[in-house]
Design a protein around this ligand. Sequence first.
Ligand code: GLN
Ligand code: ZN
Length: 761
Amino acid sequence: MASHIVGYPRMGPKRELKFALESFWDKKSSAEDLQKVAADLRSSIWKQMAAAGIKYIPSNTFSYYDQVLDATSILGAVPPRYGWNGGEIGFDTYFSMARGNASVPAMEMTKWFDTNYHFIVPELGPDVNFSYASHKAVDEYKEAKALGVDTIPVLIGPVSYLLLSKPAKGVEKTFSLLSLLPKILPIYKEVIAELKAAGALWIQFDEPTLVLDLDAQQLQAFTAAYAELETTLSGLNVLIETYFADLTAEAYKTLTELKGVTAYGLDLVRGTQTIELIKSNFPKGKYLFAGVVDGRNIWANDLASSLSTLQALEAVVGKDKLVVSTSCSLLHTAVDLVNETKLDDEIKSWLAFAAQKVVEVNALAKALAGQKDEAFFTANASAQASRKSSPRVTNEAVQKAAAALKGSDHRRATNVTARLDAQQKKLNLPVLPTTTIGSFPQTLELRRVRREFKANKISEDDYVKAIKEEIKKVVDLQEELDIDVLVHGEPERNDMVEYFGEQLSGFAFTVNGWVQSYGSRCVKPPIIYGDVSRPKPMTVFWSSTAQSMTKRPMKGMLTGPVTILNWSFVRNDQPRFETCYQIALAIKDEVEDLEKAGINVIQIDEAALREGLPLRKSEHAFYQKWAVHSFRITNCGVQDTTQIHTHMCYSNFNDIIHSIIDMDADVITIENSRSDEKLLSVFREGVKYGAGIGPGVYDIHSPRIPSTEEIADRINKMLAVLETNILWVNPDCGLKTRKYAEVKPALSNMVAAAKLLRTQL
Ligand code: GLN
Ligand code: ZN
């Protein structure tokens, strides 16, 4: 009757860690205060799992910032610029690497596989001096033990650590990260020996990179690494944990032949083929940690179905060798449903957050051992049944309309060149037209107005009046700055997905459903539980109000279907693309209503299009096809003279450039200023782009105000690569996090730069 949890959220049920971190960073509390909050969180998590009956409880899954940065600390792989002089790594060095300090910027951060979690990328060169510099894993193991909980310490496996790293500056092209394996393994040995001495019986190595497309040499690194660790590991049970996708047959073979390894953790939720691999060949005497409870979503497990999967696996691996587990760390789900006081009871019965998933894992393990909690299973079965039959989930008209889209194609009637001509006749814009991405600074006052309206503390009239005044201010400012295509500033929006989700059917919202994005930052994704439709127009009132304040074109501002999908918890009872098509139809209704209301330029943001790219290359084409199709569905019905913009928040899109072209937008604005070369190189290499394009001319993530010359210089660089008549001039992204004191001079310099260059063409 064994159960295991791969990892657990660290933030706490009410984001206690976030507040403790931020207060420490702001020097409002001491290191001891922060350590106390952290210790209390760890202790309550361990005790909660122990009380639930979990046998293999993880430790070292807590982190003050990021588990990969923790591994970097263990290995003492601090980049020299942080001036660390050896010894145990303390908060100073640790948080400098994470967040930068007055003189040195932070290390690079990137997405953790296809999740919305971001990790700090290790930077490794040939001359890093590895040393055992953080005893966190051992300390946490001992801490739990002192509380009476014997845990399974978790380390990022040595090969995944290297594969997730990047070569240090200067050796990018020449350096093989895997060549560092012999240098880091001695440190791993020290950690393992210490854990053993402290009494650990098990150890878990997370090796999620095993699910990626790996070549033979990379796979060989796993074989070599664990062979090297074998002696040190002897006497311990060793679990290699993989997650987020299936293993290829080669990776599975490599995994199951690793020396010194006694247990394999496999994701049976995302890994749909994995079961077949297990059935066809599972090494005798080894443990299978079967990840049947989804760590990436908030849905209650279908316990009956999981139980029958587990029973089938038990027949293959043997009764005492099967351990019930989560598909991955629960880091990627919300913390505790108990705190959701505002969710409707029926919807709540369909959900399970981390705390509830722990209970599910245990219930499954007990049922396997013949101690089925009948009441728990019956309640679960009736919740599953209610979810299947509930009228709030199913909307037949929507299902039909979405199904009808599948086989067909949706494109605007004419090509982009003809459309741009028609639009130019109507809009009459100068060359190098200027615009912004949508949001203007969100002042405290504005947030207060929205909050009070939501809480019914101010009337709708007062709210509308306040928002109108804000829009008027933003419109006047843009006219004064002489920007060509205006925006209304998005003062009515708190978040670009939540704003639409709240007005669409099929969405639910939590109060405390936070998920860590990076460091102390959390997001609260909406839950898409049913068929999506749009009961009434969502933005038309604000956009036409804004348009009535100016003669210049006012951009309608929408979030695209793929971004809404990728930034939500998505239903798991139908394929993702089906949900995406439904959202696309709802946005299409909105686009057409905006057009009818006289809005001639409509921006449909797809900030998260690239994020949804599957981990495995073999699945890329399918995703890109339906994602791009969904975007086109939203605007295929508009007239030639209606100009469709889209916007994306990253420049690294070499791998999806053809999808971007295939989106067939009239104008695309893209983040660019932090990596000029990456974006422009795509075009330099000969990719033809006929639509309008606005690579961001300055970084809105920084308070720095760029000068006119600097911006003009940037635009000139773009002009060297792109045709004059397709280039737009705009910042990188929305201005919502900036202050007016920064935005005014920056935009004024931006317009000045565009005007300067117009005179030189
Ligand atoms: N229109 C949104 C804004 O300006 C876009 C935000 C984004 O791309 N993340 O805020
Ligand atoms: Zn953006």
